[in-house]
Design a protein around this ligand. Structure first.
Ligand code: ADP
Ligand code: PLP
Ligand code: ZN
Length: 297
């Protein structure tokens, strides 16, 4: 290893468009990370389109790749990043992978986006919920659920900022020192809630970032958000709020650029087939202007 931080990223791949690894790899590379993607599925496109075709990778196939890396002494990683995982057996295998990576690097940071669903609906089999809660969350360093996923993991409704902060406390007690609820949908605005527990005996440092709600339906934003949080938090290891400010500002920059490009060619940006204009947003990713400050709670 010659020094760059190195991320093993286990997420979905789409041939066209930007979700999963397609939303995470390029931004992390722009931020200077070596990123090694393992694709948990290979689909034609994201789920916003009427048809999705492709293949699902199983747990044994994942393990085969890990054994290949191991045989060549290539299992040193600074980070494991996981997103969409389609089956119980694959999720169980991800836990085995984590264990192996931590025997090589005991300081490995595990950033987990517990992808389960959104707006009250599951897009994975609900049998994954107890496995995430009881086995995966406890070994994660950073957890980045959306509102629905935080509700599933804590078994509580989250309708207010206070309830989101309580959910963070419950999640900290399960294991992760850094929690980011990536969006909390309140009437007219969106909140991101962050909670950082630098050390077990101190109370968590909690903050909010208020974002304008854009009237469009984006797919892959959660995946991009988690990648950016990983990217910036390793550069600001003792300040999750700073990392979140940069990540949110980048993301909002990408979304503004996306909307503008669609409108410029006469397309309505409210269609479900929308794709993030990621390749066109290099500046927004490498040099975000902090326009959404974190407020300490
Ligand atoms: P997921 O896609 O996993 O459900 P979120 O919905 O929390 O994740 O989206 C992640 C981030 O994307 C949010 O923190 C927010 O910055 C941004 N985002 C997503 N949708 C919108 C929207 N309609 N308006 C403004 N920001 C959005
Ligand atoms: N479609 C596919 C194939 C995915 O894998 C994912 C998430 O990984 C999504 C859609 C939704 O992504 P997000 O939750 O970031 O909007
Ligand atoms: Zn998500």
């Amino acid at each position: 290893d010659i020094g760059s931080p190195r991320v093993l990223s286990i997420q979905s791949h789409t041939v066209q468009g930007y979700v999963g690894n397609k939303a995470a790899v390029f931004p992390l590379q722009l931020l200077g990370y070596e990123v090694d993607p393992i694709n948990s599925v290979q689909f034609s496109n994201h789920t916003g389109y009427p048809t999705v075709r492709g293949q699902v990778v199983n747990g044994d196939e994942l393990w085969d790749l890990i054994e290949g890396l191991e045989a060549n002494d290539l299992l040193y990683y600074t980070h494991l990043l996981t997103g969409y995982i389609g089956s119980l057996t694959f999720l169980e295998m991800v836990l085995q992978v984590l264990q192996k990576l931590r025997t090589v690097n005991p300081n490995l940071i595990y950033v987990c986006d517990p992808v389960m669903g959104d707006e009250g609906k599951f897009y994975v089999n609900p049998e994954l919920v107890p496995v995430f809660r009881d086995k995966v969350v406890p070994v994660a360093t950073m957890l980045t659920p959306n509102q629905f996923e935080a509700e599933c993991l804590t078994g509580r409704r989250i309708r207010t900022e206070a309830e989101a902060l309580e959910a963070c406390e419950i999640l900290h007690a399960l294991g992760p020192s850094q929690i980011v609820i990536t969006s909390l949908d309140l009437d007219k605005k969106l909140l991101l809630i962050g909670s950082d527990k630098l050390n077990k005996d101190e109370p968590a440092r909690q903050f909010r970032i208020t974002m304008p709600k854009i009237e469009a339906y984006f797919t892959g934003t959660g995946d991009l958000m988690t990648a950016l949080l990983l990217g910036w938090s390793y550069k600001y290891p003792n300040d999750l709020s700073k990392a979140a400010e940069l990540a949110v500002s980048s993301l909002q920059g990408v979304l503004r650029k996306t909307i503008k490009d669609y409108k410029d060619v006469g397309l309505a940006p409210n269609m479900k087939q929308l794709e993030l204009r990621l390749v066109q947003s290099k500046e927004e990713i490498t040099s975000p202007k902090v326009s959404y400050p974190a407020e300490r709670l």
